[in-house]
Write a protein that binds this ligand. Structure first.
Ligand SMILES: *Cc1c(COP(=O)(O)O)cnc(C)c1O
Length: 400
């Protein structure tokens, strides 16, 4: 975003902003947000180009820096998150990487929850130490471990809540308070909750990142990511990092993501409704040892989850009796639910984390995270919930 664009009345409510927030119409008065597939912009004079590069003139200069369609997406996301500013990038991982690396340098220290999406874990466990940044992992649900780890000066704290794939929930207000005492900025990967169910900044988070690939697109079409923060963080850290390293979001993907936002509220509400019904159904099945879903009363952090989120989300984990063989048998018998490692999609998708998203982790690390050989992660889609239930039932029947 160059400057705030569009004129969005401050009185608009969330659902109106999802449909209209940040829109800037061109001289052609199009209804739908315009798709500006352009890498560059032209200047009326040499003086204008000079002024633009000096920063005296606020305008679009080059689409690696900013683009009008991408800016509409950023503005709409700021309105939704209640954030001062944002930068969109080409994927969720580009957002995580940039949000951390733009603020860190050799000698810094990062504390993170152990339960993370595989690639987030790679950045923190492998890349940061390679560049002289100390990283410390804690069990996210254990406040004492956070307290110990944050007893020393720290520059950044990172976690997902709920975490992928076991839906571990982090006490955001408590961890943010400890982090701030240690001098750290808190970066939250809020993919599982979406900005509709949970706003980490309301609980003290400084930076929020999304894989827009998930519920924001929500229809399996496009990769995207975004980093939201206050203006000072964007101006002092993120802006230059992104400009000069270039993980830009395509205007075409930004346009798809804008379309995704228009219906996200409806989709996420249905996702949550379907996921809760499926979680309850799975709990009743003898072939299923354990169901982890923040919206279930049996979730170990159910009360904490619902104090931070307005619903349980779209993703649940289930542990099948019979280990890997039992889990694979069930997967291979599904007819409607697809085997896929994506999530937040209109289509129900299921994956076996131990051999896919988390296969890179050593087995003892997986065991510690509760990612056993029988664990499956199910992203509940928007199909008729009776069809989803029937598909699971027939797969479990024949797999047993
Ligand atoms: C998918 C995911 C990411 C990565 O997003 P991409 O858009 O695939 O790069 C990061 N964090 C979490 C929690 C995710 O689920």
């Amino acid at each position: 975003m160059t400057d705030r664009i569009g004129d969005t009345p401050p009185t608009w409510r969330a659902q109106t902003n999802l449909v209209r927030g940040g829109t800037r119409r061109s001289e052609f008065n199009e209804t739908c947000e315009a798709l500006y597939m352009t890498s560059g912009y032209v200047y009326g004079s040499a003086e204008e180009a000079e002024a633009a590069f000096k920063g005296d003139l606020s305008r679009f200069v080059y689409s690696r820096y900013a683009n009008p369609t991408v800016a509409m997406f950023e503005e709409r996301m700021c309105l939704l998150e209640g954030a001062e500013d944002a930068r969109a990038v080409g994927s969720g991982m580009a957002a995580v990487f940039a949000a951390l690396l733009c603020q860190l340098r050799a000698g810094d220290r990062v504390v993170a929850a152990r339960a993370l999406f595989g690639s987030c874990h790679f950045i923190i466990a492998e890349l940061l130490p390679r560049w002289g940044i100390e990283t410390v992992f804690v069990d996210g649900g254990d406040l004492d471990q956070w307290r110990d780890a944050l007893a020393r000066p720290t520059q950044a704290v990172f976690f997902e809540s709920p975490a992928n794939p076991t839906t571990e929930v982090i006490d955001m207000a408590a961890i943010c308070a400890l982090a701030h005492e240690a001098g750290a900025r808190v970066v939250v990967d809020n993919v599982f909750a979406t900005p509709l169910l949970q706003r980490p900044m309301d609980h003290g988070a400084d930076v929020v990142v999304y894989s827009a690939t998930k519920h924001i697109d929500g229809q399996g079409r496009a990769l995207g990511g975004i980093v939201l923060a206050d203006k000072a963080f964007i101006d002092d850290h993120l802006q230059a990092f992104l400009r000069h390293t270039g993980p830009s979001l395509s205007p075409f993907n930004a346009w798809l993501l804008l379309k995704g936002l228009e219906t996200m509220d409806l989709r996420v509400a249905r996702h949550c409704e379907n996921a809760l019904a499926v979680a309850r159904f799975l709990e009743s099945r003898p072939e299923v040892r354990r169901v982890l879903y923040p919206g279930l009363a049996s979730h170990p952090q159910h009360n904490l989850a619902l104090s931070q989120m307005t619903a349980g989300g779209s993703v649940l984990a289930l542990e099948i009796a019979g280990g890997k063989a039992g889990a694979f048998r069930a997967l291979n018998r599904l007819r409607l639910i697809d085997i896929s490692n994506n999530l937040g999609d209109a289509k129900s998708l299921i994956t076996h984390p131990a051999t896919t998203t988390h296969q890179r982790l050593p087995e003892e690390d997986r065991a510690r995270l509760g990612i056993g050989p029988g664990l499956l992660r199910l992203s509940v889609g928007l199909e008729d919930v009776a069809d989803i239930r029937e598909d699971l039932a027939q797969a479990l029947d024949t797999a047993a």
